[in-house]
Structures are given as C-alpha cells and as structure tokens.
Design a protein around this ligand. Sequence first.
Ligand SMILES: NC(=O)c1ccc[n+]([C@@H]2O[C@H](COP(=O)([O-])OP(=O)(O)OC[C@H]3O[C@@H](n4cnc5c(N)ncnc54)[C@H](O)[C@@H]3O)[C@@H](O)[C@H]2O)c1
Length: 322
Amino acid sequence: MVKNVLVTGGSGNLGNCVCPYLKEQGYNVASFDVNPAKPDSPNGKARIPFVQGNLTSLGDCLRAVAFARPDVIVHLGAIPYNTEVQPPFAGEHTAAAEGARYSQGAPEHTTMEINTMGTFYIMDAARRLGVKKVVAASSYFVLGLGYRLSGTPFLPDYLPMDEEHPLWPEDTYSLSKVLNEETYRAFARAYGMQVTALRLLGVYYDYLEWSRNSYKFNVTVPPADEVNQGYLLSNVYQYADARDVAVFVKLAIEADNLSTFEAFYVATDTSYNEPTRVVAARRWPSLAEKAKNIPGTEGLISIKKAERMLGYKPAYSWRNTL
Ligand SMILES: NC(=O)c1ccc[n+]([C@@H]2O[C@H](COP(=O)([O-])OP(=O)(O)OC[C@H]3O[C@@H](n4cnc5c(N)ncnc54)[C@H](O)[C@@H]3O)[C@@H](O)[C@H]2O)c1
C-alpha cells in the first residue's frame, strides 16, 4: 500500500489540485517547488508540507526525496510553455499564435534546461534513494500539436490518434516532454522503476477565474474560412479537467498492471456541441476522411488506452456539469 507521495511542482496550478486530493484520499503528501505555496492557496489551506528547492539541483532533489521518503513521486514541476523566440510568419498558413514568442520573457534555453535536466535530477534522486514508482506530467504537445512553430498543417497518420501515433515535436516545450519520456524509459529499464507519463490535454481549472474565463464549452466550432484553410495547426478542442487529472494520478499510483514505462493521453471531453465528424468536415476539411468514423463527440485524440488499462472514467465534463 502506497503511503508517502512527493509532488514536484506542487505549488503550481495542477499541484494545488493534486496535493489536496491525494491528502483527502489518505496519502501522506509533501510538495517540492521553487516557489512556496501561498497561505490562501488550496495547498496552504490543506497544510501540505513543503520543501523549497530547484529541480535543476541534484542536492535540492535529494533533500526533497529524503524529507518525504516517498513510495511514489508525482513529477509535475516544469516550465509549461516554450521559451524560444520566433520570427513572425507570413506564409500561406499562420503559426499557432500562442506558440510564436516575439520577445524574451526568460532566457531562451530556460524550458529545455529546467524540463529536461530537472527531470533527470529528480529521477536520479529517486533511484539513489530507492523510489520505484514515478507518475509524471507529459503533454499531448508531444504529438507536434500545441506550439506549432512552423505554422505548417498538422496531418495525423490516422484518427483518432492514440499512444502509437508518431511524435513530431517542434518547440522546446514539446521537445522537452518527448525527451523526458525517453529519460523515464531509460531509468525504468536501468533501475527497475515503473513510470507512468500522463500526456495531458489542456488543463481546465474550475477553481481559477482565468481558467474559467479562457475555456469555452458548448461551442459551435467556426467554419474553416474564419480560422485558417481547414488544416489542424494547434487547437483540438479537447481538454482535461484538473479534478479528473487528480483522479488519474491516483489510478496511476495504485495500478499494478503496468509495464516499466507507460504513456497515456488524458482528457475529459471535447468542448464542442456537435459530433466530431461534423466538426471535422467543417473546421478541418483535410481531416474529414480520417475523422469520419470517430464515434459521437469523442476527440481527435483517444483516451481508450486509459479507460481499458486503468479504468479511467472522466467525471467532470461540461456536458454533466453546466
Ligand atoms: N496546464 C496545462 O494545460 C498542461 C497541459 C499539459 C501538460 N501540463 C504539464 O502539467 C504539469 C503542471 O502544469 P501546471 O499547469 O500546474 O503548471 P504551473 O506552471 O502552474 O506549475 C508548475 C510548477 O513547477 C514549478 N517549477 C518550475 N520550475 C521549477 C524548478 N526549476 N524547480 C522546482 N519547481 C519548479 C513552478 O514553480 C510551478 O509551481 C507540467 O509538467 C506541465 O508541463 C500542463
């Protein structure tokens, strides 16, 4: 029976949902983050024990693991966006607006350094102190969606995409998540660990006003000519509710049927109000043929593997709660 859990990135948006949830579920939870939890945050209110430190320091990672003595590390800590600066595109297609950064908010190597080396150090601390299980946040951006810097169309090999689909990352955030999955595979192989990577769709936080304002549900996806020439560049209109992600983390912690490394796409629902094949025909004509057999409102990215292997059943769809 797993008792102790260390959550990296515990002070972040997802950490503030996952830590209190796991505590409620009976685990001893500790958080490790470069930023302390605010007293009025969910973690602050739940009095989650906290270790301050940097993922890019092996010493800090060892200190956090030694403090928490975890049976499982839930690794959420990361820079959740890319930091390289891109020139504007003026070609036939347009780059995903949110992926093209025109000014430096942080040194350009920040995402690669923190995400890849931070993951290496926390895994290294884990294996040195005998931790055998890690549940880690990856992203659906590994596919090459999301920050699609080239601005070229994304043409999936098949739909719905699943964990077998090839990965074509472009930006440093997506690339760091692909490289991290290789790091997990290597540690799992070398040290007999079990690592589960959650390839999260865009996370919706019902407890954060900015998230409530920026996610739109029950939408009629606009006709293709209003947005681009009918190609998929970035937005798949699928999301993961943070409360479902917290439940998923628990399922992954408790699973005993997984091989040394497993990746899962994690989503709650699509946000549109028509069948996916209808949306695809109008919004992404280039995908219409491949999407025509997707049942109902199931997404372009399938969560069937998680349903089959972990019994995952998302409960917080807007279709049930709005
Ligand atoms: N939010 C989403 O839509 C989404 C989608 C897919 C994947 N993810 C992944 O989920 C995880 C959590 O995302 P989030 O939305 O909570 O992001 P967040 O930015 O709110 O939280 C990340 C946390 O990591 C901490 N952190 C950053 N650098 C650190 C360092 N060097 N050392 C220690 N801590 C450090 C930050 O202080 C922050 O508290 C990330 O791995 C992210 O890549 C998020």
